[in-house]
Write a protein that binds this ligand. Structure first.
Ligand SMILES: Nc1ncnc2c1ncn2[C@@H]1O[C@H](COP(=O)(O)OP(=O)(O)OP(=O)(O)O)[C@@H](O)[C@H]1O
Ligand SMILES: [Mg+2]
Length: 406
């Protein structure tokens, strides 16, 4: 038998409601959808959304021609939604005053003459949807089917919302744990690096004193041993300083202000002696590389990127370094390019990890901390950093700062 046109219209409404419910992210949105659609599905004068709450029926929400029981709690045994939940079945009552299950006193102040209630989640009901009419109206089997289908979708939507909020809470807790662990690690590495400086100064100072005090009495072998101690302490001093600046990149307050990266890069290039005869590198720095960020931290970025560019062009015949910017997908991308030793892109993922180096320290000395520091600074500005290279054909380091700061 073909379905009545109202049933088809009802089905369409139901499908729409199911789609809306699948997007709902909180119980309030679910209730807002359900109370409206429940009424529409069977032309009711009112609908209630009832939740099972600590052994009570909580009339959480309603949509009706005049107020029903929104906000009230009734014992499960003393109301008809409780009956539907306890018996796990729907209730249809054409004349409420003729049905013994209805607490008539609760209805006398309302417009209700007939009703239909369906449980939400039949297996173990978590709530109920009530529909009410101001006339003696018997809900049709088709309408009841639609109403029950709405209740089933509602129960899935409620479960989704619970799942999502549980997951969100777990993510929040986990993030907080990770942040705390990170802060601890940072504080630890900062204080370790800091505290290492004093004993290091002693070793360095006393080995120098030893060399001076013993003077000619040192045989060549011992003298070279003392020399090793001294160069090792210098090396360790650099490492400690690098680790401190890595830790600082996270600790320094990010006081963003308009800055001119061209000016910063030029000052850094001068400090690094890039233009001195023995470095003989040609450095081209574009004008107007304006951004917003921390001048102190961006200076550290160029110290490292230009420092690397100079270092890795150290063995190049005609070293050329370029600082500039390009536009990609509406975003300003800054770059530092050189024509030095380059590296194999298959190892690119290790570039920004502390203490990872792609070249031997015989060829190019270093601690492997510089780019880790640069990445932290760029991330703190809300930007990204990446590199492109080919062995023997130079390297380009690209970075963005957050969209508002570039
Ligand atoms: N411009 C570049 N050209 C070729 N390789 C590079 C360049 N910049 C970085 N690299 C590679 O990435 C590695 C990591 O760079 P990073 O700046 O972190 O360390 P480093 O320069 O070796 O030491 P540090 O900067 O701590 O003194 C380098 O050891 C090198 O292998
Ligand atoms: Mg470096």
């Amino acid at each position: 038998m073909p379905h009545a046109p109202e049933y088809v219209v009802g089905m369409e409404r139901l499908v729409g409601a199911v789609q809306e419910l699948s997007l709902a992210r909180d119980i309030e949105s679910i209730m807002a959808i359900v109370r409206r659609v429940a009424r529409e599905l069977c032309g009711a004068d009112g609908a209630t959304f009832v939740l099972r709450d600590d052994g009570k029926c909580f009339y959480a929400d309603e949509d009706a021609i005049s107020p029903l029981w929104k906000g009230s709690r009734f014992p499960m045994e003393a109301c008809i939604s409780g009956w539907a939940m306890l018996h796990r079945e729907s209730v249809v009552i054409e004349d409420i005053y003729a049905d013994a299950r209805i607490p008539a006193d609760l209805y006398r102040t309302t417009f209700v003459k007939s009703l239909a209630v369906v449980p939400i989640r039949t297996a173990s009901p978590v709530g109920a949807i009530g529909n009410y009419w101001a006339s003696h109206r018997r809900v049709t089997p088709d309408e009841l089917k639609l109403l029950q289908a709405l209740a089933d979708s509602t129960s899935i939507a409620i479960e989704n919302v619970q799942l999502i909020s549980e997951l969100e809470a777990r993510v929040r807790a986990r993030t907080a744990q990770l942040e705390a662990a990170n802060r601890e690690l940072e504080a630890f590495s900062y204080s370790v690096s800091h505290d290492l400086r004093a004993p290091l100064r002693s070793i360095s100072g006393f080995s120098l004193a030893l060399e001076e005090d013993l003077g000619d009495r040192l045989d060549d072998n011992t003298r070279s041993h003392v020399g090793w101690i001294r160069s090792a302490t210098v090396r360790m001093g650099t490492l400690v300083d690098d680790m401190l600046s890595l830790a600082r990149a996270n600790r320094v307050e990010l006081d963003a202000a308009p800055i001119d990266l061209s000016v910063i890069a030029r000052a850094v290039a001068d400090d690094l002696g890039a233009h001195t005869p023995e470095r003989r590198a040609s450095i081209a720095i574009a004008d107007g590389l304006v951004a917003s960020g921390s001048a102190t931290l961006m200076r550290a970025v160029f110290e490292n990127l230009l420092g690397n560019a100079l270092k890795f062009t150290g063995r190049t015949a005609d070293p050329r370094i370029e600082v500039g910017s390009t536009e990609a997908a509406g975003e300003r991308v800054f770059f530092v390019r050189d024509n030095g030793a380059g590296f194999d892109m298959s190892h690119a993922s290790r570039l920004f990890t502390p203490f990872q180096r792609l070249h031997s320290s015989q060829d190019f000395p270093g601690s492997g901390v510089g780019l880790a520091t640069v990445q932290r600074i760029v991330h703190r500005h809300g930007g990204r950093i990446w590199a492109e290279s080919e062995p023997g054909r130079g390297a380009t380091f690209f970075f963005t700062l957050s969209p508002t700061s570039s």
